[in-house]
Design a protein around this ligand. Structure first.
Ligand code: PLP
Length: 372
């Protein structure tokens, strides 16, 4: 099975822990366990017996997660190692060679690369910058055929931070209904909307939806490696069947902590901390782009810890990212890693001081570049 290099993850794996300023992270600044857990909960963690536990996820955790989707119970949930694994087992269990997947682009590369390696054809439909990153649904409609098995999308979107309007969601549902295909909706950035209005899950609108989500982004705990699928019980059962071949189960400690985070009051507190960080950081990036308006442009993100910035300078985005890393110790995401040169994605969900210092170093680099 051939699989193309996952450019974004490979570059992050190589460098995110070695640079001084990592501006590639699209999630919210993580917690420590001490910050998150009460003393009583910390003591409970110490007493956890580290067996395997239930391989599709502890029943209490699945019940808690199911509570966030209309009409769902624990049979609608599979707990996975990150939403990366959730996405993986969903595609792996549902797709056959020759199937077609209509896919929102730009997008996190995982599903694009995986679908192709499974022998499927990816039919893109694009978010248009000229339409404030709204999707081209005429293009989606023209890409659907009898072979379309899944419409795959990411809402709120990585890398643009765009959120689908309710109207566009309804139109996508109508198109999926007409072809009787699944919608795979990656909703890991839901809950970080700056206006505080949480994005509706596609699963609340269309029963043949499979949601991939997790704790890594809006919920600020990537290190727990907890994700999940929510969807029809027969799809979840099929994904669990495949999950036995990947990682068997998630960690007992992570499942315990996830259940703490996903209690409604705690979840609301974690999400509010993230939004408040973004409400500080987004205006900083907007001002920075405004100060460089001759070269940079930004449609402000509506959710997620990222800003997808277009530029008009004569330098390829991978080269720009490499030089920033080598010359200024700042890591940014090259648009190339999303298949879109002449863009950069900046992580803006981290500490404000780090963002400010990182931007200053980018300023220094830009001055240098002008002088060359
Ligand atoms: C849209 C999207 N889905 C999934 C993932 C993977 O998340 P996790 O850390 O939960 O595996 C990412 C990570 O960047 C992402 O952006």
């Amino acid at each position: 099975m051939q699989i193309e290099t996952f450019e974004l993850e490979r570059n992050q794996s190589l460098y995110e822990n070695t640079v001084k300023y990592n501006l590639t992270e699209s999630g919210i600044h993580p917690y420590t366990l001490r910050e998150l857990l009460t003393e009583e909960q910390q003591a409970e963690v110490l007493d956890l017996r580290l067996g395997y536990g239930q391989t599709n996820g502890a029943p209490e955790l699945r019940a808690t997660l199911a509570g966030y989707y209309r009409g769902c119970n624990e049979d609608n949930i599979l707990v996975t190692n990150g939403s990366a694994e959730a996405n993986f087992v969903a595609f792996w269990s549902l797709l056959e060679p020759g199937d077609e997947v209509a896919m929102m682009l730009p997008n996190y590369q995982l599903l694009y690369g995986l679908a192709r390696s499974l022998g499927c054809t990816v039919k893109p439909f694009h978010l248009r910058e000229s339409a404030n990153w709204a999707p081209d649904l005429g293009e989606l409609e023209s890409q659907l055929t009898d072979k379309t098995r899944i419409i795959a999308l990411c809402n709120p979107n990585n890398p643009t931070g765009a959120v689908l309007s309710r109207e566009d969601m309804q139109r996508i549902v109508k198109l999926a209904e007409a072809r009787d295909c699944y919608i795979l909706s990656d909703e890991i950035y839901a809950g970080s909307e700056l206006d505080g209005v949480e994005t509706t899950s596609f699963l609340d609108l269309y029963p043949r939806t499979i949601v991939a989500s997790g704790l890594a982004k809006s919920l600020a705990h990537p290190g727990l490696r907890i994700g999940w699928l929510a969807g029809p019980p027969e799809v979840i059962a099929g994904a669990w069947h495949h999950h036995d071949y990947t990682s068997i189960s998630t960690g007992i400690i992570s499942q315990y902590v996830a259940n703490v985070i996903m209690q409604p009051a705690k979840r609301a507190e974690v999400l509010e901390r993230g939004r408040s960080l973004l409400r500080t950081n987004v205006p900083i990036v907007e001002r920075w782009v405004g100060n460089h308006a001759e070269n940079f442009r930004l449609i402000s993100p509506r959710a997620g810890g990222m800003a997808f910035i277009g530029y008009n300078m004569e330098i390829n985005s991978s080269e720009l990212a490499t030089r920033l890393r080598l010359e200024k110790d700042v890591l940014v995401v090259a648009g190339d890693w999303f298949g879109m040169d002449r863009y950069l994605r900046l992580g803006i969900g981290g500490k404000t001081t780090e963002l400010l210092e990182g931007l200053e170093l980018i300023d220094e680099f830009l001055l240098q570049l002008k002088g060359e």
